[in-house]
Ligand binder design. Structure first.
Ligand code: GLU
Length: 899
């Protein structure tokens, strides 16, 4: 018996467990004009787990039809009926629902909301909304304005403005347009009236036309101010008015930047692609284009779902209720009460109904149009009225923020302490100090919490969800996130950042290069190859020049026997061999016996000595630098050379997993960077690390290049002396403090960060945590790279080559001057003409007959060769016969000396 009872109870449990809202159905009766409403209702109902849904349309003033359709829905066992919009139809549905104790959920504006206990309206309560509009118009301090309305509803909406005590001078105009939608005459009339402040209350479609026509008639300039009451203002294209200068403000309830709104936009897009035959035609729905009523349907459905989940499983759905029977849904009133008790953050803000089922506690965002589009400037709420963002910002005093950080050195670390610490004192580091400094300026309190996995935050490509600290900020776990959190455009779409407090770029952390063995030809290193080549060229050219000049300069032809007054031939010391010997002798700083005589050769020799002086000194100085420098061999110098050698040299490279660095390579358009990303993805297990510390260790222990952010590299190379930063940074970015989108205090925190940057506090904190604390400064001065010696190139010594060229050119001029002078002298001596003498000389030079030049006799001073032999002989004899006053006898050459 016990066993049977046990089995029965188990079966009951099982059935209860299965009975969820998946067995319940919901219905929508619509008469409105928003085509997306239907598909959004269906999609949201499915998403929220309702088993089925019924959607039907009814025309206004067709009461019987509305009744019939509502009854059919009730008979289908729906747990709630949504809609319709028109007053008459809504009353029909309301009475059926009241009768059958089924929730009736409305999403329409209603100035005189129903008192029915079964009807709940998630639209902001009509009279409260009217009060909000009046508050906003009043706060604008307009004394004179024109109020545009379209029908009775719109007049009641703005009636509250008229009731205010202030002495407004108001003109009221109806936008009926006589069915032609031509409001120009009316607008022109307003233009003439001189009013320049307007309140417009009309349907969103009409509003689009009114604004267009206002622009056409000249009412859209910087002189005009508009306040628009339509809560769908942000769904219309404001592009044409952005630059008009007119001040357009309005209200909204949907934050287009909220994740929940983006999800709804995705849902609508996907529903539309499912229904369209050609899904490629379906354009993505922008969050800004979602209308309030559509969002209210989803919020209403969610409210229903939450309320039903409060009911015991078995009571959740409706069975056996018909319009003809007396019976209603037994648990209907409990479900309705649950809905009134539940509150949650929906797409349209806080969903919270009062005991009458009205939504009075709602917040309106006040929006303003500027050149970037519509942006939030203030918020209105029944409890605090209008609060401008600035006002809110100014008030950080005594606020408490939860700040999330990670234990990434040196931004956040455990405090070194022998006693056990509590609260914020448990952590220290750059980020901790920075928050402390900000709190001192802005007088706020803070509590640190730690992200243990050190994940800064990345977006999941498939779900679109953010993890890490960015996720924590989005889901409200923390108000602020601070660590080495890079500001990226992708993250900016999900959260807001302060002004960057540190600037950086991606670079490479790698082992310092090993010392290379000295080069066999290291003596040649002080000069670059090009300098050696030019030096060789200069040596050759100067030697040849000396040789030629020696021949051409008359003074270089000397009497071989100085004691003989009238020699028969002259000799020249600048043979080719001697010329080369002379220049090499001076280049090597050794000198020779050869001494130039002529101006030109002396000048060339002087210039050459100057040249050798400079070259030899430069060589010596640079050689000293080379000898003092240890040659280091880098496997690569930047990211591009790393890519070339990593396979050959067996070097691995990677970055922090899911970090901004990895995403930089992922999103890059540069092919080399994409290759790096692909390599990192393919070898994820062996090259990607979860923290900077792990990457640094790997770089120390293995042949591993770690892509890291430059400021973090600076920190590590102060402590790990075997590591260095290789190459320039690949990009430029900064670290910022993250906070959720549209965080009211962003501006004030950014200003405080700027103050700390300007007064040098951040630089001081950086010095403290980078260079002084936790082993900083260990590796200072160990870098040998600063002593690097470089071979001298032509750029360094080019000038001295040019001086040599100039000197040689001057010497050539001197050669010709000297030659001319000599020819003139010879012409006079031989009583010959200049040209004849020149010919004679040239004949000799051009024949190149060795280094002996016969001396021509003066005219009339002719001697026969025999006589001359004789006289030569007698001279020889004379010499021999001369008393040997020097202790030796000069050897008299009979033959000219060999070259
Ligand atoms: N700063 C990076 C981030 O915010 C983490 C380190 C990195 O990717 O190099 O994701």
């Amino acid at each position: 018996m016990r066993i049977i009872l046990y089995l029965l109870l188990s079966l009951l449990d099982f059935l209860q467990a299965e009975s969820t809202i998946g067995d319940c159905s919901v219905a929508l009766l619509y008469d409105g004009d928003d085509p997306t409403k239907e598909s959004v209702f269906a999609g949201a109902a499915e998403d929220l787990g309702f088993g089925s849904h019924y959607i039907d349309s009814v025309q206004a003033f067709r009461s019987y039809d509305a009744l019939d359709k509502t009854c059919r829905m009730v008979e289908n066992g729906v747990v709630a009926v949504f809609g319709p919009r028109s007053e008459e139809n809504a009353h029909i549905v309301e009475s059926v629902c009241l009768n059958k104790d089924i929730p009736h959920i409305e999403t329409r504006w209603n100035y005189d909301p129903s008192k029915s206990t079964n009807t709940l309206n998630v639209h902001p309560h009509g009279p409260t909304l009217a009060r909000a509009f009046a508050d906003l118009v009043e706060s604008a301090n307009w004394d004179t304005f024109t109020l545009f309305f379209e029908d009775n509803d719109s007049l009641t909406r703005i009636s509250e403005i008229l009731k205010r005590d202030r002495e407004f001078s108001i003109a009221i105009k109806q936008l009926d347009g006589n069915g032609t939608a031509n409001y120009r005459p009316l607008l022109k009339e307003v233009l003439k009236s001189g009013h320049n402040h307007f309140v417009i209350d009309c349907h969103i479609d009409r509003l689009t036309i009114v604004l267009q026509q206002a622009q056409q008639v000249g009412l859209m300039t910087s002189d005009y101010h508009y306040f628009i009451t339509n809560l769908d203002l942000q769904t219309i294209d404001m592009e044409p008015y952005k630059y008009s200068g007119s001040n357009i403000s309005g209200v909204r309830m949907i934050d287009p930047d909220a994740i929940i709104t983006e999800s709804l936009a995705t849902l609508i897009t996907s529903r539309q692609s499912n229904t369209e035959e050609d899904s490629s035609n379906v354009e993505d729905i922008a969050p800004e284009s979602i209308r309030l009523e559509t969002a209210l349907i989803v919020d209403g459905l969610q409210l229903l779902q939450l309320a039903l989940e409060e009911l015991p499983d078995m009571n959740r759905c409706v069975t056996d209720v018909t319009c003809s029977s007396l019976k209603g849904w037994t648990h209907g009133s409990t479900a309705i009460n649950n809905m009134k008790m539940t509150s949650f953050e929906g797409i349209t803000g806080l969903i919270k109904l009062d005991a009458e089922g009205h939504r009075k506690d709602f917040t309106l965002d006040v929006i303003n149009l500027n050149e970037d589009g519509l942006f939030k400037v203030a918020a209105w709420n029944i409890s605090h009225g209008i609060r401008s963002l600035r006002e809110k910002e100014q008030n950080l005093r005594n606020m408490t923020f939860t700040v999330i950080t990670a234990l990434t050195e040196p931004y956040g670390m455990h405090t070194d302490s022998e006693t056990s610490l509590t609260g914020n004192a448990r952590y220290e580091g750059f980020a901790i100090d920075l928050i402390h400094e900000l709190s001192k300026i802005e007088k706020f309190n803070y509590t640190f919490i730690i992200r243990e996995d050190k994940s800064n935050g990345s977006k999941n490509e498939t779900t679109g969800k953010w993890d890490g600290m960015i996720g924590d900020v989005i889901d409200g776990t923390a108000d602020l996130a601070i660590t080495d959190l890079t500001i990226t455009s992708e993250r900016e779409t999900a959260v807001d950042f302060t002004t960057p407090f540190l600037n950086l770029g991606i670079s490479i952390l790698y082992q310092k290069p090993k010392k290379s063995p000295p080069n066999f030809f290291s003596f040649a290193e002080p000069f670059a190859l090009e300098v050696w080549v030019w030096l060789g060229g200069a040596y050759f050219i100067v030697s040849i020049s000396l040789f030629i000049m020696g021949r051409l300069c008359p003074s270089e032809w000397t009497n071989p026997y100085p004691c003989v007054d009238e020699p028969e031939f002259l000799i020249n010391q600048f043979s080719l061999r001697n010329a080369f010997w002379f220049t090499i002798g001076s280049l090597m700083q050794q000198g020779t016996e050869i001494a130039p005589i002529a101006f030109a050769t002396r000048m060339t020799a002087g210039i050459w000595w100057f040249f050798t002086l400079i070259m030899v000194s430069s060589y010596t100085a640079n050689l000293a630098a080379f000898l003092a420098t240890e040659n280091t061999e880098s496997a690569f110098n930047d990211v591009y050379s790393l890519l070339k050698v990593y396979a050959k040299e067996n070097i691995k490279f990677g970055a922090k997993n899911k970090g901004a660095t990895m995403n930089f390579f992922r999103d890059s358009k540069n092919e080399d960077f994409l290759t790096i990303y692909n390599y990192m993805k393919e070898n994820e297990q062996s090259v990607m690390v979860d923290s900077n510390q792990a990457g640094v260790k790997k770089a120390e222990d293995e042949k591993y290049a770690f892509f890291m952010e430059s400021v973090s590299i600076e920190y590590e190379i102060q402590r790990h002396c075997s590591l260095k930063m290789v190459g320039e940074t690949l990009d430029e970015k900064g670290y910022g403090i993250a906070m959720r989108k549209n965080f009211a205090h962003r501006h004030i925190l950014s200003t405080a960060v700027l103050k700390l940057l300007e007064n040098g506090k951040i630089a001081e904190l950086k010095r403290k945590w980078w260079e002084e604390k936790k082993g900083g400064g260990q590796c200072m001065g160990q870098d040998t790279e600063s002593q690097d010696a470089k071979p001298l190139s032509l750029k360094n010594v080019g000038g001295v080559f040019w001086v040599t060229v100039g000197g040689t050119a001057c010497a050539i001029v001197l050669v010709f001057l000297e030659m001319c002078l000599h020819i003139v002298k010879e012409a006079i001596k031989h009583k010959a003409s200049f040209t004849a003498e020149l010919k004679e000389e040239l004949k000799f030079y051009l024949t190149f007959k060795g280094l002996v030049k016969p001396v021509r006799l003066k005219k009339g001073d002719s001697k026969s060769p025999a006589e001359s032999d004789k006289s030569e002989k007698s001279e020889e004899q004379e010499m021999q016969e001369m008393p040997n006053s020097y202790g030796f006898l000069p050897e008299i050459l009979n033959k000219p000396p060999l070259d």
